[in-house]
Structures are given as structure tokens and as C-alpha cells.
Ligand binder design. Structure first.
Ligand SMILES: Cc1cc2nc3c(=O)[nH]c(=O)nc-3n(C[C@H](O)[C@H](O)[C@H](O)COP(=O)(O)OP(=O)(O)OC[C@H]3O[C@@H](n4cnc5c(N)ncnc54)[C@H](O)[C@@H]3O)c2cc1C
Ligand code: FES
Length: 279
């Protein structure tokens, strides 16, 4: 159980794909839902979205950026090794309304979270225009898969090393100016989701975002993933992770995500140092 059956490195080894044996989760999972994974007995519980599920094979796939200690430990797991715990599917599945004209906007590893949603929307008969972006060509992921999940795909890089030079919001503005957009889905870094939501509010286009607050238990008990939406406290793990972007207090989320930055940095450094010592 929870054995890694396929492993790929992307974006120069900074983004990892793990396909994991988890038949019961694969049978129940829906687009937009996530897992909480633990590498070993002493590991932290880390939430990751299911980028793919294969009920026939009995596997789920996660794609994550190596940002700190726990994702560094995940990266060290090889094919044939197993995660100690995988809990899911967690969170509310994406609400998909068939036949809509949807623009899906993804940034960085947010594209991994966006992919099953775009594909689910296309399968439900939506016209899906996707706009994906990364800081540079090497950090861009899942271009081919997003192409298959969309009727139209636009690629942007901040430095112009691939696709169009500039932010995803520039292409989004052109689409909104052209009119006929029923819904926008934005998933990526919090500032990106904030600016997309500010823009679509001006156009009166409903916008769904997928939030990544710090999570601990994933069951609505600990309160770690509190977010303010429409002036009310919501829990990202059970009420989300998807919310109305026009109602989210993004500035508060940014502050809460920064709360443990120093401890996280020290823990990551120690982990890398210990690995170096063991090598
Ligand atoms: C519902 C959900 C789905 C997610 N899906 C993906 C995904 O598909 N791919 C991906 O790359 N990332 C995803 N994330 C973010 C991922 O969980 C964090 O990057 C990861 O927890 C970092 O752990 P770390 O120990 O390696 O880094 P740390 O050094 O601990 O932290 C680095 C940064 O990661 C964030 N973070 C740390 N711990 C948590 C936590 N328990 N919960 C949430 N964020 C945390 C913080 O912003 C922190 O500043 C998701 C988060 C949530 C809440
Ligand atoms: S993670 Fe504990 S309440 Fe959501």
C-alpha cells in the first residue's frame, strides 16, 4: 500500500511526480480533491492535490514543488518505496457546470492542481481556454497535458524564454475584453490568484480559486487552515480548498502562510545538512 510505482522529475528536479498505489482512494477521488501524505513515522503531514487518478490501475498521482523539509523527504522516495500514510480523498470536489465558457489560469505548480479540473470541465462539455505561466521555460510543467485538457492553450513566461513574455493576467485581460467568459478558475501562487480575482471582479465574471493554507489534520478539527471568505471564517480542508476568489481575504492568507517561514527555513537547512552528512 502507498508504494510509488512511477516517479518523474520535472523543472530541473525542483518539481517531482509520484504515482502512488492507493486503490481505495483512486476509486473515490473527484477533480479538485486532495490528499495528506506522510513520508515516514516522524514526518509532517503535507497536503497535495491529486493531479491524476487511475481507478483501474488503483493509483493516484501527486506533483509537488520541493520547497522545504517534507517535500525534500518526499523527493528522496524512490520507485518501490512507500509513503507511510496517505489520507484522502479530502476536501470538496470541484463544482462543474456543463456547457460553460471557462478560462482556466494556472501558475507554477498550480498547473498540476488545475489540470484535473480543466480536464473534468472539458469532459463535461465546457469550452476550456487555458492560460498557463511560469517564471521561465524550465519551470513550466504539464504543457502537453493542459493542451489536451483545453480547447485553446496559451503559455506565458515572466522572462519571455518560452511562449509569450509576461504574466498570465495579460492574456486573461484580452479574453475578458473579448467577452463571453462565463467563469474563470485561477490556481497558482497566492498573489497571482489575488490579481486574477481583482481583475475578474471588474468584469463581473465569477472566479474560483484553490487555496493552500497551512494544514495539519485536514478534518476541520485543528483550525490551522482558517481563511476568511466573505467576512466569515472557513476551513480550507473541509469547506474548500476551492472558494469564490471575489470573497477571499488574500492579504490575510499571505500573512498566515509567512508565520513559520524562519522555522521552515531552519528545518529545511538541517534536513539538507543531515543528508550531506549521510552521503
Ligand atoms: C489543499 C492543498 C493542496 C496542495 N497541493 C499542492 C500540489 O499539488 N503541489 C504542490 O507543490 N504544493 C501543493 N500544496 C502546497 C504544499 O502542501 C506545501 O508546499 C508543502 O506543505 C510544503 O511543505 P514543506 O515541508 O516541504 O515546506 P516548508 O518548508 O514547511 O514550507 C514552505 C512553504 O510551504 C507552505 N506550507 C508548509 N507546510 C504546509 C502545510 N502543512 N500546508 C500547506 N502549506 C504548507 C508554506 O507556504 C511555507 O511557507 C497544497 C497545499 C494545500 C493546502
Ligand atoms: S487542517 Fe485542521 S482544520 Fe483544516
Amino acid at each position: 500500500m502507498f508504494t510509488i510505482v512511477n516517479r518523474e522529475e520535472m523543472a530541473g528536479g525542483t518539481v517531482i511526480l509520484n504515482e502512488i498505489e492507493a486503490p481505495r482512494i483512486a476509486a473515490k477521488a473527484r477533480p479538485g480533491q486532495f490528499l495528506i501524505l506522510k513520508a515516514n513515522e516522524n514526518g509532517e503531514r503535507i497536503p497535495l492535490t491529486m493531479a491524476e487518478t487511475d481507478p483501474e490501475k488503483g493509483t493516484v498521482t501527486v506533483i509537488y514543488m520541493v520547497v522545504g523539509k517534507s517535500t525534500e523527504l518526499f523527493k528522496r522516495l524512490k520507485v518501490g518505496q512507500a509513503y507511510q500514510d496517505v489520507i484522502g480523498p479530502l476536501g470538496q470536489p470541484t463544482h462543474i457546470e456543463p456547457g460553460r465558457n471557462v478560462v482556466c489560469v494556472g501558475g507554477g505548480t498550480g498547473v498540476a492542481v488545475l489540470h484535473p479540473i480543466a480536464r473534468g470541465m472539458k469532459q463535461a462539455g465546457c469550452a476550456v481556454t487555458s492560460i498557463i505561466g511560469a517564471r521561465n521555460k524550465d519551470l513550466l510543467i504539464l504543457e502537453e497535458k493542459m493542451g489536451r485538457a483545453s480547447s485553446e492553450l496559451h503559455v506565458c513566461t515572466d522572462d519571455g524564454s518560452y511562449g509569450r513574455k509576461g504574466f498570465v493576467t495579460e492574456v486573461l485581460k484580452e479574453k475578458l475584453d473579448a467577452g463571453g467568459v462565463d467563469q474563470v478558475v485561477a490556481i497558482g501562487p497566492v498573489p497571482m490568484m489575488k490579481f486574477v480575482s481583482l481583475m475578474t471582479k471588474d468584469y463581473g465574471v465569477p472566479t474560483m480559486v484553490s487555496l493552500n493554507p497551512i494544514m495539519i489534520d485536514g478534518t476541520g478539527m485543528c483550525g490551522g487552515c482558517r481563511v476568511t471568505v466573505g467576512g466569515e471564517t472557513k476551513f480550507g480542508c473541509v469547506d474548500g480548498p476551492e472558494f469564490d476568489g471575489h470573497q477571499v481575504d488574500f492579504d490575510e492568507l499571505i500573512l498566515r502562510l509567512r508565520a513559520y517561514t524562519e522555522q521552515e527555513r531552519c528545518s529545511h537547512e538541517r534536513c539538507k545538512w543531515e543528508e550531506g552528512g549521510n552521503a
